[in-house]
Design a protein around this ligand. Structure first.
Ligand code: SF4
Length: 217
């Protein structure tokens, strides 16, 4: 344990090795977080089965301190989006993401969650969960194997290792705004694009009003 925690800039005298560690606050902070990531269960389609396999005895991601799969966003650090994200589902995903406390991470598991996958052109499918929430790690594949998911989780641990308490967003002075929850009507509406949608609708309306006038003339 102390080998992981020890800062490389300091030499520990040989007779104290294994008993003493000289380290930084960042290292201790990141070491504790990287080894206790609690994922939120989020199996949306076939990829969900592979995610479940990663928790079984053969792959056993509890080795990484991740065995506590939460059914609630309120005690979770990591949202694993595994499976096809439909337009009907994305408002719930964004709402749950907003309900997760900081620090929080998102892992997009599989082609569907990363970019729409085989259903990319489908009328009911979102072409990538990253259109709405920030994704930290993408795990490619259709479906990715449990080993690939483990690799994604190790990649996330490496990302955490490089974060510093000085500039992480959850300690910044600015207020962290929640992601606007998309609205599902005849199609999905992203509230961040509301002004653009209003502009295009106004142009369309003006065109439609001009057409009958031109026909009459
Ligand atoms: S990426 Fe492939 S395996 Fe995963 S949910 Fe989509 S279709 Fe299913």
């Amino acid at each position: 344990m102390n080998n992981q925690l020890n800062s490389t800039e300091y030499d520990i005298p040989p007779d104290m090795e294994g008993q003493v560690a000289i380290t930084t606050l960042d290292k201790v902070y990141n070491w504790s977080r990287r080894n206790s990531i609690w994922p939120m269960m989020f199996g949306l389609a076939c990829c969900g089965i592979e995610m479940i396999c990663a928790a079984t005895s053969r792959f056993d991601f509890s080795r990484f301190g991740m065995e506590v799969m939460r059914p609630s966003p309120r005690q979770s650090d990591l949202m694993i989006v595994s499976g096809t994200v439909t337009k009907k589902m994305i408002p719930q995903i964004v709402r749950l993401y907003n309900q997760m406390p900081e620090p929080k991470y998102v892992l997009a598991m599989g082609a569907c969650a990363s970019g729409g996958g085989p259903f990319k052109e489908g009328y009911s499918v979102v072409d990538g969960v990253d259109k709405f929430i920030p994704v930290d790690v993408y795990v490619p594949g259709c479906p990715p194997t449990p080993q690939a998911l483990l690799h994604g989780l190790i990649t996330l641990q490496k990302k955490i290792d490089h974060q510093s308490i000085k500039n992480v967003r959850w300690y910044s002075k600015e207020q962290l705004e929640p992601v606007p929850v998309p609205v599902l009507g005849p199609d999905l509406m992203d509230p961040r694009e509301y002004e653009l949608i209003k502009e295009i609708s106004a142009e369309k309306l003006a065109d439609e009003q001009q057409e009958p006038e031109a026909e009459q003339a």
